[in-house]
Design a binder for this molecule. Structure first.
Ligand code: DQA
Length: 145
C-alpha cells in the first residue's frame, strides 16, 4: 500500500518552534521514525511538507489515483482551510488527520477543524506516534476491504 504523508506550515520548524508543546525532535527525526516503521512494515510512503495552502491543494489533487491513503497534519490550515477540505473531498482517498499536540486542550480556535469532515479519523496529542497510529489505521482499513 502506498501512503502520502502531508505536513502543513511550520512543521518543518519542529525542534525549533515551541519545544514545550512540540518537543525537541526535528522534522527530519519525524521523517526517519515514520520511514523506519514503513520500511519494516512494507508500506510505501511519500512525504510532502509545505507552508503554502495552494501547494498542499495541488499535492492532494495529484494524489488522485496514485495513493491508497493520506495522513495529513494540516497544522494551522486545520483551523482555516476550506480549500484543503474540498481537495480531500474531491479525491476521496481515505485520510487520517494528525496533530502532534492535544489541540482540544489549547486555545479555543484550535478546537475547530475544517479538515475533519473529510477524514475517517483524527488523532491528536500523541506526538510523533500519532503518525504511526494513522498509518496503522489506514492499513487495517485497507485489509478489511
Ligand atoms: C498542530 C496543531 C495546530 O493547531 C498548529 O497550528 C500546528 C500544529 C499539531 O500538530 O499539534 O502548527 O497541527
Amino acid at each position: 500500500m502506498k501512503i502520502l504523508i502531508i505536513n502543513g506550515p511550520n512543521i518543518n520548524m519542529l525542534g525549533i518552534r515551541e519545544k514545550d508543546i512540540y518537543g525537541s525532535r526535528t522534522y527530519e527525526d519525524l521523517l526517519n521514525i515514520v520511514k523506519d516503521f514503513c520500511v519494516r512494515e512494507n508500506i510505501e510512503t511519500e512525504f510532502f511538507q509545505s507552508n503554502h495552502e495552494g501547494a498542499i491543494v495541488d499535492k492532494i489533487q495529484t494524489a488522485y489515483g496514485n495513493f491508497a491513503g493520506i495522513v495529513i497534519n494540516p497544522a494551522a490550515y486545520t483551523h482555516t482551510s476550506i480549500a484543503i477540505l474540498d481537495a480531500l473531498k474531491s479525491v476521496a482517498i481515505p485520510t487520517v488527520e494528525v496533530h502532534i499536540s492535544d489541540v482540544e486542550n489549547r486555545e479555543d480556535f484550535r478546537k475547530i477543524s475544517y479538515i475533519s469532515p473529510a477524514c475517517i479519523e483524527t488523532i491528536k496529542g500523541h506526538g510523533f506516534d500519532g503518525y504511526i497510529m494513522a498509518i496503522e489505521s489506514l492499513r487495517k482499513r485497507s485489509e478489511h476491504r
